[in-house]
Write a protein that binds this ligand. Structure first.
Ligand code: AMP
Length: 128
């Protein structure tokens, strides 16, 4: 059965898309730690990031870098944290999270609740 992220990539489930090319898809995390929290996903359906073939993994980091630069400009953060958990969704993905201090990447923190309009505005800003 397709993962929820494959269904998002296929357009069967809506997402706030940030970027896409032939191999990767990026969209806003629906439970963000900060405005701009983005997930970067390979279209290839592999559970564990380090099971990806080298070429796909390398390309994914370069794709993530382009988005991280946009997140940094959008949020004015010191840097963008790059986090891999994969505890919830068995489809490899990288979290990109605006960060000013260590506590900004504490996943046990309460997540932001944003309106659909806010999500759409952030995604549009990151797509520019
Ligand atoms: P993890 O697998 O532990 O890295 O966590 C999966 C992440 O995917 C969580 O931060 C969720 O909020 C996020 N997530 C799950 N379903 C969706 C969805 N439909 N749209 C956007 N983000 C999602």
């Amino acid at each position: 059965m397709a993962t929820i992220f494959s269904r998002i990539i296929a357009g069967e489930i809506p997402s706030y898309k940030v970027a896409e090319n032939d191999h990767y898809y990026a969209f806003l995390d629906i439970n963000p730690l900060a405005k701009g929290h983005t997930l970067v996903v390979p279209k290839q359906e592999v559970d564990y990031l380090y099971d990806l073939d080298d070429e796909t993994l390398q390309g994914m980091i370069v794709f993530a870098k382009q988005i991280a630069q946009k997140i940094k400009a959008f949020s004015g953060c010191n840097r963008v944290a790059t986090v891999v958990l994969g505890l919830e969704v068995p489809h490899a993905h990288i979290h990109l999270i605006p960060m000013n201090s260590e506590k900004d990447v504490d996943f046990s923190r309460e997540k932001l609740v944003l309106t659909p309009e806010e999500f759409a505005e952030i995604a549009a800003a990151l797509r520019e």
